[in-house]
Design a protein around this ligand. Sequence first.
Ligand code: BES
Ligand code: MN
Ligand code: ZN
Length: 500
Amino acid sequence: MEFSIRSGSPEKQRSACVVVGVFEPRKLSVPAEVIDNAGRGYLGDLVRRGDMEGKLGSTLLLHNVPGTLADRVLLVGLGKEKEFREKEFRTAVATAVKTLNETGGFDGTLYLTELLVKKRDVAWRVRQATMVALEALYRFDKLKSKKDDVRRPLRKLTFCVERRNELTMAEDALAQGQAIAAGTTLMKDLANLPGNVCTPSYLADQARDMAGEHGMAVEVLERQDMEKLGMHTLLSVARGSHEPPKFIVLTYSGGKAGHKPIVLVGKGITFDTGGISLKPGPEMDEMKFDMSGAASVLGTMKAIAQMKLPLNVIAAIPSTENMPGGGATKPGDVITSMSGQTVEILNTDAEGRLILCDALTYVERFDPECVVDVATLTGACVIALGHVATGLLANNDTLARELLEAGQEAHDRAWQMPLWEDYQEQLQSNFADMANIGGRAAGTITAASFLSRFTKKYDWAHLDIAGTAYRSGKEKGSTGRPVPLLTHFLLARAAAAAKQ
Ligand code: BES
Ligand code: MN
Ligand code: ZN
C-alpha cells in the first residue's frame, strides 16, 4: 500500500473516494460540512432524511456528490462526539479502510485524521491511522491453494491534515506508522505459520534474512554451543524433540559505539505440547503461537531498523519445541541452569521460564542498559487480564512506567503486577534451589518471580503476552502485539537519548 499526506479542502480532491465522518446523531464533522456547503446541502439533506445516523462503524457510500471532484464520498459513522476517543478513532479508520478495499476505487483520501482525539496530536492520529489501516488490510492466505479472489484495486491511501505546517510532522508519523506496521505484519506472518513450518531453524533463517536486509549482525548458537555454555535448562526442554534447538542473537547497532544496548528477549517455543506433562487436546493447535514473544522481538527489530532509530538493540531468542519423547525431561528431574542455580522440574509444561532463564543469564555479557523479555508465559495471565492488557512485571519501577506509557501511546496496553519477595517462597523445592512452578495461586507472578532470580545484574521487565498475542475462535490469528508497545518504548528511548 502506498501512503501520502496532504492538506487541502475535501471537495477539491481528485480521488476515487473521499472519506469524511458523521457524528451521532446526524451531525456532520467539519470536513463533511465543507462538502455539504460545496454541494448546497446535499450531505445535510441525506443525513436529515435518516440515511446516516452516525453510529460508530456504520458507512454510506455516495457517488457523484454535487460540488466535489471525487468519484465517491464515503460517510463513516463516528458515534457521539463527546465519546469520540482513541478506540472510536481506530474503529472509524478501520471501517473506512475495509470499506474502501471492497469498493472499486484505486485510492482513498481520508479526512478522519483531522478529527480531534482527546490528548492526542496530529502525529499520533496519523501514526495510529497508518497502523490501523494496514492492520485492517492484513490477510494470511499464504497456505491456501486458492487465494481470496475478490478484486482489490485499493492501492493508495492519503491522510489529510488541517494545516500546511502540520505536513512535516504528519509525514514523520506516517513513516513511523509504516515501520511499526511492517514489524507487526512480520510478527503476524511468523506466528500464524504452523509448527511444522515455523521451526527453530525457520526462525533462525528469518533472523539471518533480516540481518542481511537491514545490515544487522546475527549469530545462531547450535546445540553444542549451548552445551558448552551450560544452558541446560534450555536444553532440557529440547530433549523430547527431533527439531534442533537454536539460540538466535540479532544485533542492531544504530546508536553510538560504546553505548549500552537495550536487550529484548523473546520466548521461541515453536510448539508447546506440554512435554511429558502433556496438555489436553482441545485448542492445542494454538500452542503454535507459543513463539509469539520471539516473533514480536523480530518484528520490533524490523520496525526500528526501518526507522533507523539511533539506538543499540540486541534481540536474544531461545527457540525449541516442547515435545514428549523417550529422551524428554521428566517431572522431578533436577537441572542445572547456565547461572549455576539448580531447578526441580515439577511440570514440563512450565517450559517457557526454563528457556528464558538461560537466555537472561546469557545476555549479562552485553552489559545491557536494560532487558525486556516477552513471552506467552502463563495461562494465569489470561485469567487475570483477559485479552485486553499484557501483564507487566519488573525489578525497576522507572522501566515499568516507561513500558506502561509506551503501551498507552501505542494503544497496545499493559498492566503492572507486583513482584514482591513474598511470592518467592512458592518456588521452594526440597531437592533443588527452586521448583519451576509455584502452585495455582498467582501463576503469572510466580513465573516472573522465577525469572527474577536470573535478572539480578540489570534493570529488567517482563511482558506476559499469553492473553494478547493471538486471538482464538473464528478470528483465530496473531494480533501483532506487543510490537507497537515495544516500538513506542524504543522510540521514546531514542528521543530521550537525542536530548542528552
Ligand atoms: N505456553 C504456555 C502458556 C499459555 C497458556 C499461553 C495458554 C497461552 C495460552 C506455557 O508454557 C504453559 O504451559 N504454562 C503453564 C504453566 C503451569 C504449568 C505452571 C500454564 O500456564 O498452565
Ligand atoms: Mn507450556
Ligand atoms: Zn509455553
